[in-house]
Design a protein around this ligand. Structure first.
Ligand code: HEC
Length: 109
């Protein structure tokens, strides 16, 4: 049962970290910048605001504040939300996006 499994995953933070590791950690870490900026505390953060990371100008000037809704749009299609930004990656699956956002949110408390 797919729905049942999603509930179990949501209840288990250690397992819920897995989609982040699998999908994002090639370019992002929680506490250091890689090809993408560090992501601990990103929920509630202004887009493009990690001081020493070399963002694209369009993302720095986007005026976005990252919350569940903006992160969902970003992960679904970053180029649609902020055309010309430097993140070339999408997560088309809505359940996977939800799991990743829940994980990032759990780190922001
Ligand atoms: C191929 C490399 C790559 C992958 C994979 C990737 N990202 Fe990114 N990400 C970037 C880059 C590069 C930027 C900076 C974009 C810019 O400056 O325009 C970025 C920016 C971001 C930002 C904006 C952060 C800020 O400080 O404004 C968020 C949020 C983000 N990524 C989340 C994710 C998540 C979650 C995943 C996994 C689903 C992911 N990214 C996968 C390269 C990547």
């Amino acid at each position: 049962m797919k729905r049942g499994l999603a509930l179990v995953l949501a209840a288990m933070p250690v397992i819920a970290a897995d989609p982040f590791t699998r999908r994002c950690s090639g370019c992002h870490a929680l506490d250091v910048d890689k090809e993408g900026p560090r992501l601990r505390g990103v929920v509630g953060r202004k887009a493009g605001s990690v001081a020493d990371f070399g963002y694209s100008q369009v993302l720095r000037e986007s005026g976005i504040v990252w919350d569940e809704a903006t992160l969902d749009k970003w992960l679904e299609d970053p180029q649609k939300l902020v055309p010309g930004n430097a993140m070339e990656f999408r997560v088309p699956n809505v359940d996977e996006r939800a799991a990743i956002i829940a994980y990032l949110k759990s780190l922001s408390k």
